[in-house]
Design a protein around this ligand. Structure first.
Ligand code: NAD
Ligand code: ZN
Ligand code: ZN
Length: 352
């Protein structure tokens, strides 16, 4: 079984929704029979973690809570029923920490829709700690030659946008608008889209994000804060002016969720992924009907999507920027994220 596992570890702990985040020592937990204990080396910081802390959604978190769900590390202990994950394996703890594996959704590999999910950094403690627990059936398998810092953002952001692009139905050569392209999900969406043969229009704000999006393969950039008519500008960015075939919404504000159906091309698909607090979708009925628009949601990905998203990285197709800071810096990362100042992703090094 386990060797050299400390009793205590550093973690970022929330006692109260919206309250102080405490960087402190807490006990290391033992894995249950179907679980593994992972020495988290790096954890990405997703905007979902900020929503969880702020209590933005109509689903309460556990409290006290250790957030985080983009954790990449090394297995240090396994439960007695675990056979296919070994000590020393590199794995990722994702948003979907576990699911029942027995319901109809789990049976058809739609496990994100399981009515009894365990959510990392939300309903179970997540990856903003040095040792985190994951269900063996659900941890992402990471080939040992891959760098764990770069893989961390793939574990939520990468999987989610890859799945969302598949859900959009867009095919090679078609164009996709990525709304919120300068953020963590958006920057990876630009790379996955390019690797999938899609053309992209990035929508976000500021010169830093514009430069990054262009480097990541966006053919056009629409600055939502500077544009006097986002709908017209997005349509004008497509070669025939009819708008993109699909829209991937990863923004953290409501407004773009109310514009996308207007600029998407006839028979186009709007895929909603971002989860702004208290937001509603809105679309003009007349245009949505006569353009035969599809509007849908997309929620993380299943185990196969996860393996495929990691494999895109392994094949050298995904190079999105990330900055590494210590686990102790989480509060500063949230402060930047709240102001929309992060181009790409922040990744926490749990040894600092
Ligand atoms: P982020 O903060 O890194 O990026 C959000 C980006 O949206 C920022 O660059 C911001 O400038 C941009 N933005 C804000 N208002 C905009 C507007 N009006 N038009 C265009 N862009 C705008 O956040 P992230 O970590 O990439 O997460 C994005 C969202 O996706 C969050 O709400 C998160 O909870 C959600 N999410 C959903 C899933 C899912 O499975 N559906 C998975 C992961 C994250
Ligand atoms: Zn996430
Ligand atoms: Zn289930």
């Amino acid at each position: 079984m386990a060797t050299q596992i400390p009793q205590k570890q550093w973690a970022q702990v929330i006692e109260k929704t919206g309250g102080e985040i405490q960087y402190k020592e807490i006990p290391v937990q033992k894995p249950g029979s179907d679980e593994v204990l992972v020495n988290i080396k790096y954890s990405g910081v997703c905007h979902t973690d900020l929503h969880a802390w702020q209590g933005d959604w109509p689903l309460p978190t556990k409290l006290p809570l250790v957030g985080g769900h983009e954790g990449a590390g090394v297995v240090v202990a396994t439960g007695e029923l675990v056979e296919d994950v070994k000590i020393g394996d590199h794995v990722g703890i994702k948003w979907l920490n576990g699911s029942c594996l027995a319901c109809g959704f789990c049976q058809q590999s739609d496990e994100p829709l399981c009515p009894k999910p365990l959510l990392s950094g939300y309903t179970v403690d997540g990856t903003f700690q040095q040792y985190a627990i994951g269900k063996a059936a659900h941890v992402a398998r990471i080939p040992k030659e891959l760098p764990l810092d770069a893989i961390a953002p793939i574990l939520c952001a990468g999987i989610t946008v890859y799945k969302g692009l598949k859900e959009s139905g867009a095919t090679p050569g078609q164009s996709v608008a990525i709304v919120g392209a300068g953020g963590g999900l958006g920057s990876l969406a630009l790379q996955y889209a390019k690797a999938m043969g899609l053309r992209t229009i990035a929508i976000d704000t500021g010169d830093e994000k514009r430069d990054m999006c262009t480097k990541l393969g966006a053919e056009a950039f629409v600055d939502f804060a500077k544009s006097s008519n986002v709908v017209k500008d997005v349509q004008a960015a497509t070669s025939d002016g009819l708008g993109p075939h699909a829209v991937i919404l990863v923004a953290v504000n409501e407004k773009p969720f109310q514009q996308a159906a207007e600029y998407v091309r006839p028979r186009g698909t709007v895929v909603c992924i971002g989860l702004p607090a208290g937001a509603y979708l809105k679309a003009p009925v007349f245009e949505s009907v006569i353009k035969m628009v599809t509007i849908k949601g997309s929620y993380v990905g299943n185990r196969k999507d996860s393996a495929e998203a990691i494999d895109f990285y392994a094949r050298g197709l995904i190079k999105a920027p990330f900055k590494v800071v210590g686990l102790s810096e989480l509060k500063n990362v949230y402060a930047k994220m709240q102001k929309g100042e992060i181009a790409g992703r922040y990744v926490l090094d749990t040894s600092k």
